[in-house]
Ligand binder design. Structure first.
Ligand code: AMP
Length: 458
């Protein structure tokens, strides 16, 4: 098996990686690290969970710490030489944490700037000087407009989760940033999907790039136990409370379609005596950080999130993910359930599906090329005569769930993720979801808790 030593990384970097307990590079790292060290542009297809962050962080540290103008220590004043743009604050914070961790033994420092928090500490940070800056586009431009950032010495640019950035309406901000940067630089573009928009951006940004595509996380789809609980629309909340209580789940990530839905669910769960908090773009940064921290240390049972807010949450071995609402875009289902079963651990993903969502379920099953087993829970047998109603997409959610742009309000209307542009005519506009032609499949009826207490959670 290949090791990090063979990829052209210096001893100081390999040492920091080993301290994280990583012994062998992931497929994306195996390909991206030598390619980036070589110096050319890179187009990489990789999702969260593939190890992509180290895939660009490690070779950037290598390049910046070994070039002629590498700083001698961590404290002297220095210009920003690498810029990583991310769609959300959470992701920005996590990427910077990785840079910090892997860069522990090289004389480089890093910083992170994003919206939703005070700008003054960031101005101070930029004044002190950082080698590697991680930023969300909106706040970066704020600094540029205020003259508090100098981007003239950027050697390497990374667009991380570029597809999400476009979904969130950041294209104009990205173009503005590109216009400010020095023309001669190395560009790395990471994206989980390749829409026409991404291809256009790649064409414009990248010069003869090395191309890497690692397998979608189908492997993850395979190791995660997936289940659908058919249920009536208005019984989802009591069913969720029932599942949490009977199975004694103590760390559950729950996805809702809208921010309003997330808030409502949190209120209901709290009334049931279940500790729950929501994270989405309307929450302050401190509220989000607090919710995440409590969820990570398992003092919070349920974290309710919208898709965008959940991006970048990196919690290993999350035992339970619940789709309280099915996502409108089938790919998001794969992103969501990928929150469990990280690092080889198995996880369980449960979807509460009402009659309105059968069409969405069929789309998901088509994408993952498998049928998800169905199980009706005793006491929650859905009304066989229920009629599908149009899904209310977003009366309360017109700005998406992620944040990251410092409240600049630049996201498109629609479902807040630019979805109409990405998948025209598909699950984008409010729609009347039809029951699948043959109606719901006969479900495996099994009411006894099967996994009660079977899983630890840190
Ligand atoms: P990412 O795709 O960058 O979000 O990384 C997903 C997770 O994989 C993170 O928790 C990393 O800490 C972890 N990871 C990154 N590289 C490796 C590796 N070579 N071996 C094992 N885990 C890794």
């Amino acid at each position: 098996m290949a090791s990090f030593n063979e990829l052209g990384l210096s001893e100081n970097i390999v040492r920091a990686v080993s301290e994280q307990g990583y012994t062998s590079p992931t497929p994306i790292q195996l390909q991206a690290i030598p390619a980036v060290i070589k110096g050319g542009d890179l187009l990489a297809g990789a999702q969260t969970g593939t190890g992509k962050t180290a895939g660009f962080t490690l070779p950037i540290l290598q390049r910046l710490s070994t070039s002629a103008n590498a700083p001698k220590d961590k404290t002297s004043r220095r210009p920003i030489r690498a810029l990583v743009l991310t769609p959300t604050r959470e992701l920005a914070a996590q990427v910077e944490e990785s840079v910090n961790t892997y860069g522990k033994y090289v004389p480089l420092n890093s910083g992170v700037i994003f919206g939703g928090v005070g700008i003054n500490p960031q101005i101070k940070l930029l004044k002190q000087g950082v080698d590697i800056l991680v930023a969300t586009p909106g706040r970066l431009l704020d600094h540029h407009q205020q003259g508090t950032i100098d981007l003239r010495h950027i050697e390497i640019l990374v667009l991380d989760e570029a597809d999400r950035m476009l979904d969130m309406g950041f294209i104009h901000d990205i173009k503005k940033v590109l216009a400010i940067l020095p023309a001669k630089r190395q560009n790395l573009l990471f994206s989980a999907t390749f829409s026409d928009e991404i291809k256009t951006l790649a064409d414009r940004l990248l010069d003869n790039p090395a191309m890497i595509e690692v397998a979608r996380r189908n492997s993850t789809v395979e190791i995660i136990a997936q289940k659908v609980h058919p249920v009536d629309r208005d019984k989802k909340h009591p069913l969720l409370a029932h599942l949490i209580k009977t199975h004694k789940w103590s760390q559950v990530l729950v996805f809702t379609r809208t921010k309003h839905g997330a808030n409502k669910l949190v209120e209901q769960l709290i009334k049931d005596g279940i500790a729950a908090m929501a994270i989405h773009g309307n929450k302050s940064q401190s509220a989000r950080t607090k919710a995440l921290a409590e969820f990570k240390d398992a003092s919070l049972t349920v974290l309710v999130a919208t898709d965008i807010a959940a991006r970048g949450i990196d919690i290993d071995q999350l035992p339970h993910v619940v789709n309280y609402d099915l996502p409108n875009v089938p790919e998001d289902y794969v992103h969501r359930i990928g929150r469990t079963g990280r690092a080889g651990a198995t996880g369980e993903a449960v979807s509460l599906v009402c009659v309105d969502e059968f069409k969405l379920l069929a789309d998901i099953e088509k994408l993952i090329k498998r049928q998800i087993p169905q199980e009706i829970i005793d006491g929650f047998i859905p009304d066989p005569h229920a009629k599908a109603e149009p899904i209310q997409l977003r009366s309360f959610d017109h700005r998406g769930g992620g944040g990251g742009g410092g409240g600049r309000g630049q996201r498109p209307a629609g479902n807040g993720r630019g979805q109409p542009a990405r998948t025209p005519g598909k699950a984008a506009a409010p729609q009347a979801a039809k029951p699948r032609p043959a109606g719901p499949r006969p479900a495996v009826k099994q009411s006894a808790p099967r996994r009660s207490g079977s899983r630890g959670n840190g």
